[in-house]
Each structure stands twice: as C-alpha cells, then as structure tokens.
Design a protein around this ligand. Structure first.
Ligand SMILES: [Zn+2]
Length: 231
C-alpha cells in the first residue's frame, strides 16, 4: 500500500545504495490501461536500477498496471494481480508509487509476503511493516538514482531523504571492515529510520489514512475474529 507522508524534517547530501530485492526472470513491458500515461511514467524509471527492476518484475509477474485507477489511493490488489495507481497522480509521482507497489506485487506473487493465517497478530503486523519499509527504501533508492533529493509525491520528502542519508552515511563511516560491510551497516541504519516512520505517525495509508500498525492489525482481526453476527 502506498504511504502518505506527514512529516517536515530537513535537505540531503550522501548517496545510499541499497540494491533491488531480486528480479524474477522474464521482463518486458507490463499490461497497462493507458499507454500514453505509462510512457510518461516509464520515462521517470528508465535508466535507474530500482525503476527498471520494478518494470521488469511487474512484467514478469504478469501484473496489470492501472495507471488511471479511480479506486481510493494506490495499492496492489493480490486477488486481481493489479497495481492501482490513482488517476490523480502526476506521471512522476505515479512512477515513485509504482516502485513501491511493485515490491508488494513481488512479495505477494513470490510468496514472500507475511501469512495472515499462520502468524500471530503482532508478528503479522511487524512483517507487513517490514515489507512496507523495503517498499519505501526502494523509493528512496530511486531518488538517489535519479540524482534528486526528494520524490515528487514526497515519499521521501526532502526531510525524509536527509534523515535517511544522514543515518546511512554515519553508520557507513563508523563501521569497520571492507566497503561491503560499511555499505551493509549504512543500509541497515537507513532502513531502521524508515521503519520508525511507520510507528511514529509519519506514514499513514493512502487508502484509509490509518497508521500502518492499526491498518494491518485490523486486517488480522478481520481474518481471525469475525464480528459476531457478521455476514
Ligand atoms: Zn505499501
């Protein structure tokens, strides 16, 4: 699910380099509902590893991209295997959101997503927030690859980008070992910052405007505790 930022922290300098999550074989171009807008979206993604990962992954998964969706917010719908990008988004913002939703599509279609049936409520919420965290880290990586310091949809905002890159750089520079170890330390520190935004009220869902822990907790409740007398 797409996130809505509500923060106002401070600008950026260093360059984090977290890698894509892994690409299924295949690639190509996804099926879309509007070729013209998709072309605009794709121009924001091409030449950038996290952008091209998202495009080739979604194509390989057979996921349809609704670039002019009229459903509330933006999200991946597992039952339809469709990414909904809200029609109100500019192409540049939709590109950022697409990178986010592509990770949910990948997580769902490759069975990496949390199992709502088998996990406890708290483990399910934690796992889903971790998935959201990676989706946002990928959006931040796209910003880095684009050579800018914020995304047009403000995930990340300039303040978020600075908070991420500051944490990344500090951990990277303080870590011992080779460059791979230093990068891993940076990635972990940056990821921790992003994860915190899901718990401190910085992020709410674009579909229901709820904090994520509440949203996923209620989803779990809906599966495990059907309301008395419910249909
Ligand atoms: Zn999400």
């Amino acid at each position: 699910m797409d996130v809505v930022g509500t923060d106002g922290k401070a600008p950026a300098d260093s360059t984090p380099t977290p890698g894509p999550a892994g690409t299924p074989s295949g690639g190509g171009t996804p099926t879309v509902d509007n070729a013209e807008k998709w072309t605009q979206i794709q121009s924001s993604l091409s030449g950038h590893p996290h952008g091209t990962w998202a495009v080739s992954t979604v194509a390989a998964l057979g996921t349809t991209v609704m670039v002019n969706s009229t459903a509330p917010g933006s999200f991946f719908a597992p039952s339809e295997n469709k990414i909904h990008l809200n029609s109100s988004l500019t192409a540049a913002t939709a590109a950022s959101v697409f990178v986010h939703e592509a990770f949910h599509a990948w997580s769902s279609r490759t069975k990496h997503t949390a199992d709502i049936q088998s996990l406890s409520r708290s483990d399910y919420v934690t796992a889903m927030v971790n998935e959201e965290t990676t989706a946002v880290v990928n959006q931040i990586s796209l910003v880095t690859e684009q050579g800018t310091t914020s995304a047009p949809g403000d995930v990340p905002s300039a303040a978020m980008y600075k908070a991420y890159t500051d944490a990344w750089k500090k951990a990277h520079d303080e870590a011992t070992g080779d460059e791979a170890a230093k990068k891993a330390a940076g990635d972990e520190a940056g990821r921790k910052v992003v994860n915190g935004w899901f718990y401190d009220g910085t992020f709410v869902t674009s579909t229901t405007n709820q904090p994520y822990a509440d949203y996923y907790g209620q989803s779990w409740d809906g599966v495990h505790k059907p309301p008395a007398g419910g249909s």
